[in-house]
Write a protein that binds this ligand. Structure first.
Ligand SMILES: CC(C)(COP(=O)(O)OP(=O)(O)OC[C@H]1O[C@@H](n2cnc3c(N)ncnc32)[C@H](O)[C@@H]1OP(=O)(O)O)[C@@H](O)C(=O)NCCC(=O)NCCS
Length: 194
């Protein structure tokens, strides 16, 4: 297991996850930002690329499962990505549509952001977001990221304007210590504090 949150576990994907992976990558609504759904061959190639990344780098997109189950409800993880001439450490997230709007993506991505700072020497964690992908931008903002770059990628025959969101190691430490302080402070407005 890679990480655990209040509701979720992250682990490496295996060939047994292929049916659940197809439920994500074959759904045209999930794949709008990727210019349409994937075929069986493209989904298998995607899985093999993650497995290659696990071997080569020790990380990649991982399976997200609920703590009380083992079905992959989404993928979230860390990959090396190019943004123009730079290579960056990126957090990525794609969830089955049935599991949107419950805060799972932000919960998993927060664990991945923290994992990247703890387990790799990176100074910053990025999120490359297509300029039309508002749900993804909201996850990046929830991670404490800000927009740093605007750039265009070429994928599946299309030029795609993107925004590069990022959080530095120092900013991430500030976000985490603020959260720890808020967690430790007495809660206002409870009967105990009146
Ligand atoms: C990007 C993506 C993962 C975001 O999923 P999401 O479900 O919108 O994001 P979250 O898990 O953070 O959920 C936030 C929503 O859950 C709600 N929510 C419910 N319970 C919550 C909780 N306990 N904590 C936080 N949010 C909660 C929030 O109010 C918010 O609702 P809203 O979407 O109606 O505003 C999803 O849209 C997706 O898979 N898209 C396709 C793939 C993709 O484009 N990936 C990004 C590539 S850059």
């Amino acid at each position: 297991m890679i990480a655990q949150t209040a509701r979720l576990r992250l682990r490496e994907m295996t060939d047994d996850d292929l049916p659940a992976l197809r439920r994500i990558l074959h759904d045209p609504q999930v794949m709008v930002a990727y210019e349409g759904s994937f075929s069986d061959e493209e989904s298998l190639a995607w899985l093999r690329r993650q497995q290659e990344r696990y071997r080569e780098h020790g990380f990649g997109l991982w399976a997200v499962v609920k703590r009380d189950g083992d079905e992959m409800i989404g993928q979230c993880g860390i990959t090396r990505q190019r943004i123009e001439d730079d290579e960056v450490t990126e957090v990525g997230y794609l969830f089955q549509r049935a599991h949107w709007h419950r805060g799972y993506a932000l919960e998993a991505a927060t664990a991945c952001r923290d994992w990247a700072f703890e387990e790799t020497g990176t100074d910053a964690v990025w999120a490359k977001v297509r300029s039309t992908n508002i749900a993804s931008m909201n996850v990046a903002i929830g991670l404490g990221m800000r927009v740093r770059r605007a750039f265009t990628t070429h994928y599946r025959g299309v030029d795609m304007p993107h925004l590069g969101f990022a959080i530095s190691r120092a900013e991430s430490e500030r976000v985490r210590s603020r959260r720890a302080l808020v967690g430790a402070a007495p809660r206002c407005g409870t009967s105990a504090s009146r």
